[in-house]
Design a protein around this ligand. Structure first.
Ligand code: UDP
Ligand code: MN
Length: 346
């Protein structure tokens, strides 16, 4: 249905990687609605190109540039920059109804049924269940609602400094008025909830529909060994290691299989730090930045395009490919596959 859409937001290349995985996860589960990515001006052209091949619509939102109510509100509250950008989703009035999903979420099954819900439907927040978590919510785009939200935000600020505080204060009857607006928890399952109530996770976790990598350390802050198919790096920081390993692994598998080829095509010959690497015997410590965190991984090479794995036979390469050990950065790179295809087609 073209009058309904899944919407996400990315203001930088890190969150853009998250958005790409989210978009692929929705496509893999045959989402029947349009996919929209709102992006900020700092998202690079290569990432925009990759996003455009996944999403139906990639729309630049620059609240500093807009000269409208959003700009004015932001002038009063520069601390709420990303929040204002997220509220922009209400301006998508060419859609009747939308489901917003944070760029750090991933669909585990088809979730089209969310469009049967009304604004504002969301799942409880694991930290304070009388608040909803704003990582997944159903809303109706409306310029009127957008303006009210901006005024509210500029006047009252946010009790948590982000969009969740503003939205909970604005839609303040969510907890009590209408139970149909409470999405089941499985539509926004975060690791924090998993670890704080493990028996419940064991009992209900198999029904999980959306996983949310809530918190400071995001999946793209880790690294992934394409050779073994394992998550390799572990960022330093207080809440690192708190992501559920199975979901983290699924995120990276999707990134390596569906997103990497798009990024390789977008970047061409230019090197880029994807987090996907080939770990070898030469245990060199590699450090890289993710937001304000530093991650450390041992590897021979840590960015795409600079790997020098030992040569292997074509038979061994085939075996590795069939075992899912695909050398995205070397022999099995998109450019090589394309060249092979071209030679067949000729
Ligand atoms: N976001 C963004 N850039 C940022 C921070 C946040 O694009 O620098 C967007 C992104 O869609 C993200 C959402 O805002 O998923 C909410 O932030 P985050 O997921 O980091 O918050 P958490 O869910 O961990 O509370
Ligand atoms: Mn989030």
């Amino acid at each position: 249905m073209s009058d309904e859409a899944f919407v996400t937001l990315a203001t930088n290349d890190g969150y853009a990687k998250g958005a790409m995985v989210l978009g692929c996860s929705l496509r893999d589960h045959h989402a029947t609605r349009n996919l929209v990515a709102l992006i900020g001006p700092h998202v690079t052209e290569s990432c925009r190109q990759a996003l455009r091949s996944i999403f139906d619509e990639v729309r630049l939102v620059d609240v500093m540039d807009s000269g409208d109510a959003a700009h004015l509100a932001l002038m009063q509250r520069p601390d709420l920059g990303v929040t204002f950008t997220k509220l922009h989703c209400w301006t998508l009035t060419h859609y009747d109804k939308c489901v917003f999903m944070d760029a750090d979420t991933m669909a585990l099954s088809n979730i089209d049924e969310l469009f049967e819900r009304e604004e504002l439907s969301a799942a409880p927040d694991p930290g304070w269940p009388d608040c909803f978590n704003s990582g997944v919510f159903v809303f109706r785009p409306s310029i009127e609602t957008h303006e009210k939200l901006l005024t509210f935000c500029a006047d009252n600020g946010s009790f948590d400094g982000g969009d969740q505080g503003v939205l909970n204060s604005f839609f303040n009857t969510w907890a009590t008025a209408d139970i149909s607006k409470h999405l089941p928890f499985v539509y926004n399952l975060s690791s924090i909830a998993i670890y704080s109530y493990l028996p419940a996770f064991k009992h209900y976790g198999r029904d999980a529909k959306v996983v949310h990598f809530l918190g400071k350390t995001k999946p793209w802050c880790y690294a992934y060994d394409a050779q073994s198919g394992e998550v390799a790096g572990r960022p330093e920081g207080p809440d690192s290691g708190r992501l559920h390993p199975d979901y983290l692994q699924s995120w990276w598998r999707l990134f390596a299989t569906s997103v990497m080829p798009l990024l390789q095509r977008a970047y061409g010959d230019a090197p880029f730090d994807s987090g996907v690497m080939q770990l070898g015997n030469d245990d060199k410590l590699h450090q890289y930045e993710c937001g304000d965190q530093t991650a450390a991984v041992t590897s021979t090479a840590a960015s795409a395009g600079v790997t020098t794995p030992p040569p292997i036979s074509s038979e061994e390469r085939k075996q590795r490919w069939e075992a899912g050990q695909i050398d995205y950065l070397g022999d099995d790179s998109f450019a090589n596959i394309e060249r092979k295809l071209d030679s067949f087609l000729k």
